[in-house]
Each structure stands twice: as C-alpha cells, then as structure tokens.
Design a binder for this molecule. Structure first.
Ligand code: NAP
Length: 258
C-alpha cells in the first residue's frame, strides 16, 4: 500500500495490514469512508446490495493503489450477512474494522406511516447493524482486537418530524452500540457511533432547495457537511490513537446539536 501513513491522501492514520468491512460502500458517506480507510492502508471489503453498485468505489480505491473487493448483501438479511462475512473472511482471513453505514429513509408523518415503511427502516438501519456486529464481533473476540464504528444520525439524538422510523432506528443504534461497547471492551474491541448532521449525498439530494436552505440556516458552521467530513472521523476512530475511546457518540454536524 503506497499511502499507509500520510502521502497524497493527507491521511495520518496508519491502518496498514488492517482489513475493513464497510456497509453501504457503493456511494455517499460509505464510499468516502471506504476510500479514506484504503488510503490509510486498510484493505477494504465493500458491501452493498449489488456488486455493480460497488464498481465506482472499487476502481477509485484501486486506481489510488489500494486493495478493495466488493460483496453483495442485503444487510437486513441474516442469511446474506452470514454468507458475506464468510466470503470476506475467506478472501482476507480477518476483519479488524467494521463500519455499519448502510441506511435508508422512508419518511412520512407517523400517524400515516405504514408498517412496511417502519419495518424497512428498522430492519436495514438497526437490525443490519446488529447482524454485522454479532457476526464480526465473534471474530474480533477471538482476535482480541477490533474497531466498530456505527453510523447513526442527529435525527437519532434530536428527533426530526417525518422521520419517526428513521429516528427510532438511529437512536436504537446508539443504545445498542453503548451496550456492546461495554460487553466487548475487555477484549480490545472499541465501539463508537458517528452521528452525521446534514451531509450532501443522494439521501439528501432529493430534498427541495427550500428545505436545504432552511437546514443551512440552522447549522452554526453555515454549510452542509461532506461525506469526507464523516470519513475523517471514522478513520481516526479506526486507528491506533483511538484505543481508549469507546461507547461514545460523536456528532459531526457543523454545530447543529451543540
Ligand atoms: P446514500 O447515499 O443513500 O447511500 C446509502 C448506502 O446504503 C448505499 O451504499 C446503499 O447501497 C446502502 N444500502 C441501503 N440499503 C441497503 C441494504 N438493505 N443492504 C445493503 N446496503 C444497503 O446514503 P448516505 O447519505 O451516504 O448515508 C449513509 C449513512 O449515513 C446512512 O446510515 C444514513 O442514515 C447516515 N446519515 C446520512 C446523513 C445525510 O445527511 N446524508 C445524515 C445522517 C446520517 P445500494 O443501494 O447500492 O445497495
């Protein structure tokens, strides 16, 4: 790996020799995380629902001299998660870093919310995180080392009208992560949560300009976040300097929840 600790990427976190699994790596925040971890020296296993969707991420990493492989799975499916973890282990022999980033929204006012919209969001965002943590936590326990970073949202901290399902899933990720951080700490495994504010990706591109302008006015830093803003922190939490940092929720939101 050309850029283990500094270099063109500007990355100062040394992840050489580490293997990182990133869910939702096909675009947006997940892609930026995958690219950043690879730039710091990790071999990356990217997961999304289709392998085709992952091609852009894989080529970006490989063109920069990194190592990456794509794996197709629905994170809400226990069978898919089990299969894909076995495939990744067979390919890379270990998984040191797990980033649960895959997520969806199905917004609507809760009084009119259909069961399907509730279930899809809880199953992908919360159950998916549980399934990967359970499968990989066991491997990390045996290795007596691991870094888990779960992606929540400021909606899980503050609530957000129209996002009862999403907020519940993201608040669930926080409670779940704090608990497993306590269960895994003595084995050299850290578990932390990153709660992004408003980040420019496909997920937020669909919002009307008027809403984006209103949101920007509520952000003290006066700009929307970028996927790289999130990737930087995930990279730090995955690295050697963060070994005493566990069970924490860090909002990367331009001061929105300050
Ligand atoms: P995005 O651009 O919509 O990307 C979502 C990613 O999740 C894609 O890679 C998608 O892959 C994957 N995914 C969705 N459902 C999946 C499933 N069932 N199985 C496997 N992969 C699945 O979203 P984003 O904005 O980058 O968000 C990434 C994470 O940050 C999410 O957890 C989101 O809730 C959180 N977040 C985002 C913001 C924001 O402002 N953007 C704010 C707070 C939190 P495929 O479609 O290719 O399968």
């Amino acid at each position: 790996m050309a850029e283990g600790s500094g270099g063109a990427s500007g990355c100062r976190v040394d992840l050489a020799g580490r293997v990182a699994l990133v869910t939702g790596a096909s675009r947006g925040i997940g892609r930026a995380i995958a690219v950043r971890l690879a730039a710091c020296g990790a071999s990356v296993a990217g997961v999304a629902r289709t392998k085709e969707g992952l091609e852009g991420t894989l080529s970006a990493i490989r063109e920069a001299g990194g190592t990456a492989e794509g794996f197709a799975a629905d994170v809400a499916s226990p069978a898919d998660v089990q299969r894909v973890v076995e495939e990744i282990e067979a390919r890379f022999q270990r998984i040191d870093i797990l980033v649960n980033n895959a997520g969806v929204t199905r917004d609507g006012l809760f009084l009119r919310m259909e069961d399907k919209a509730w279930d899809e969001v809880i199953d992908t965002n919360l159950k998916g995180t549980f399934l990967f943590c359970r499968a990989i936590g066991a491997l990390m326990m045996r290795a007596r080392f691991g870094r888990i970073v779960n992606i929540s949202s400021v909606s899980g901290l503050m609530g957000n009208p129209g996002q009862a399902n999403y907020s519940a899933s993201k608040a669930g990720v926080i409670g779940f992560s704090k608990t497993i951080a306590r269960e895994l700490a003595s084995r050299g495994i850290t578990v932390n949560v990153v709660a992004p504010g408003f980040i420019t990706t496909d997920m937020t591109d669909v919002l009307p300009e008027k809403v984006k302008t209103e949101v920007k006015e509520r952000i003290p830093v006066r700009r929307l976040g970028t996927p790289e803003d999130i990737a930087d922190l995930v990279c730090y939490l995955s690295g050697p300097a963060a070994s005493y940092l566990t069970g924490q929720v860090i909002a990367v939101d331009g001061g929105m929840t300050a």
